[in-house]
Ligand binder design. Sequence first.
Ligand SMILES: Cc1c2[nH]c(c1CCC(=O)O)Cc1[nH]c(c(CCC(=O)O)c1C)Cc1[nH]c(c(CCC(=O)O)c1C)Cc1[nH]c(c(C)c1CCC(=O)O)C2
Length: 346
Amino acid sequence: MTAAPTKPFLRALAGETQTRPPFWLMRQAGRYLPEYREVRAQAGGFLDLCLKPALGCEVTLQPLRRYGMDAAILFSDILLVPHALGQSVGFAEGEGPRLAAIRDMNGLRALDFDGLHRRAEPVYETVRRIRENLDKDFPTTALIGFAGSPWTVACYMVEGQGSKEYMHVKQWAFSDPEGFGQLIDLLVRATVEYISAQIKAGAEAVQLFDSWAGALPVDGFHQWVIKPTRAIVDALRARHPGVPIIGFPRQAGLNLEAYVRETGVDGVSLDPGVPAAWASETLKGVTLQGNLDPVLLLTGGAAMRRGVTELLEAMSGRPFIFNLGHGILKETPPEHVAELTRLLRG
Ligand SMILES: Cc1c2[nH]c(c1CCC(=O)O)Cc1[nH]c(c(CCC(=O)O)c1C)Cc1[nH]c(c(CCC(=O)O)c1C)Cc1[nH]c(c(C)c1CCC(=O)O)C2
């Protein structure tokens, strides 16, 4: 039997209701912090930052030193899995990710599953270093490992970049579900391996980011979001019982209930469009995380305070982790994050 967790973030995921909910912020390490921009400038490219354990560890700890969040999230990116599978991945300055797009079975066959751990090893080393530092300096802060969900990672692998419509990836999924299914299956296996190695290196909980879950119609949502997530959850539970899993099916809309029921996640992260009172009432048996609009944090002042108060009220009396509904925006004044921390800590 696994011992009951003591860290507030892990207690929330074990189903405990707390009067002061634990908090962390998606993208809490990032460009809104001057100390991040400084390390980022030293690192060279963004991918270099993710692959240099000393630097990745440093930027992970930066927001904790300022605000003392209840969880640290490994500094990395969901596109490290395509990189570790041998796909060419780059981050164009100011433009976002650029990948050598995979559009057919030939592209799929060129991926190198066997090289996954070798290419991802620096990420595992970053996890080990972060965990050592937390144990020493932030003993109540939990370490979150993460990966993108297969659907969202496939969106980038097939489009080759971010996109509004996700036309190519959807066309492939609709016209050749068997072939596209092979890409998804490969990503399920890679994600299980990759997350499992993060857990062995010291991650205490994991989050699966499905940022483009909302791009699929209902059948596709079941096939390409729920099923692969369920397969990952089952495999991780078998290997690492007691390590909680949070899913983030962004903009899942009315598919959210099925996602929670059918994937078996311990926690679900809500985007800002999900009514908190509805979620609190309807999504039982799961810990909720979210979902302050990142622009409210950017705005600060009375608007932010009202948003925080309403959210805390809607989530009172049920297991809850305070977070944003999506990543913190780079224009956010660090002082607003300080005020948010004071509001949550009292
Ligand atoms: C879709 C997605 C990506 N990456 C991620 C997602 C899922 C969550 C979401 O929907 O935002 C996840 C991610 N990316 C990053 C983290 C680090 C941990 C954290 O602090 O939350 C996490 C958890 C760092 C990052 N990932 C990226 C940055 C900015 C890079 C820089 O410093 O220049 C950071 C801090 C780059 C990135 N990475 C990605 C994009 C589209 C971009 C460009 C957009 C941007 O520049 O903000 C892919």
